[in-house]
Design a binder for this molecule. Sequence first.
Ligand code: AMP
Length: 446
Amino acid sequence: MADTPETAPPKPRPSAGTFDELPLHPSLRRGIAEMGYLEPTPIQRDAIPAAVGGRDLIGTAQTGTGKTAAFLLPILERLMAAPRGRIHALVLTPTRELALQAVGFLEALGRHSELRSGAVYGGVGMAEQERALRGRAEIIVATPGRLLDHMSRGYVNFRELSILVLDEADRMLDMGFLPDVRRILRELPSRRQTLLFSATMPPEVLQLAREFLHDPKTVQVGETTAAAVGVSHLALPVPAHRKTDLLRALLEDETMTSVLVFARTKHRADRLARQLALAGLDVGVIHGNRSQNQRVQALERFRAGRHRLLVATDIAARGIDVEGISHVVNYDLPDVPEAYIHRVGRTARASLQGVALSFFSADEENDFHRIERHLGVKIPLSRVPGFDYERPAPALSGAAASRRGSGGDDRRRGGRTQYGGRAPYREQRGGGERFNRQRRDSRGRR
Ligand code: AMP
């Protein structure tokens, strides 16, 4: 299966020159060097000069290509000499995790500048955020709902704002977020620079985006319908009640070192995490019903390698930038094909190799084909040798059934899976081309 050209992702453009060729202040170049970035990624090379020059921008690039720094560096550069104590730039993101991440990058990249940033998102106290909004930060990264809360209290002053970024713009401009985003935009000066970044950009969203932009330059790296470069995709058809056991069988493969598992609902995520924990696996869970603390903790443990598995709902799909996720498993397929791209983009970050495994049961077959059509490729199917796909669902009483959940326990019933040895999906690895990523050390993330 190593040579399945239909699934080969598009090749990234060759080397993108050096950071010295970009119009960036020496103090920013120091920050960049300390992050271990040796050369700009293609999106950075294309976007930074235009954005530093003041142009509006629509940037589309696959996940994991360095989009965040592509919009944060121009902000830092343009604000280098701006007076302190006022909000000059606002970055809107759909999730708290993304907001925290962006602020982490701002602090690291802007370490040698005097610019300050603050994250504003729900689920935590207002006081510190209020201080940031009252002049403690020149750059605010916010989720829309919480920012509107603060704005309604009357102390947020956007009169000096000169740069707005919509990160994950396709999501920010969809029906869920759009009313909030419009309310915020109404309060911003109309003479400003607007940058819009996303991995996917459906035409109707693009149309809408143009309302907010003035003569934008479009910067596109790779196909926006494509998933991250470096990801090998495999699909595993499986009866719904056998999904948990299939996952456990796969996990006998020790190369699955750091596995992000997506479930469709909070309830299914919780149940799966419980089943895996009962089977002795180190697993964390992250979804919208978990407190901010629990979410941060689960993510930190996963990042630190203390959890081999993190079970998540789609809320986590865009927010997670964890180095070295070896596998993304779609325990349930996402509802919309765009979400597939974002999910699998959590692996193969910055061009490392990764594997995306998608389980699908009979009633998910249509969703699967929709994803294939959206990606424009055929995802190879695979079966785990020796795994008993046909084992019937255990006939349990209601209470016991809900305790047990879907999928039984092979070991307890003496039916230990025979899965072992070389996993078929591993033959898929190595298909992706890398952009030239040479990093010396950690990224100084918070
Ligand atoms: P993003 O697409 O912004 O989510 O970034 C994905 C990952 O690429 C992050 O972990 C960044 O730290 C990393 N990254 C961004 N720019 C570069 C660069 N020029 N060289 C190497 N890694 C980078």
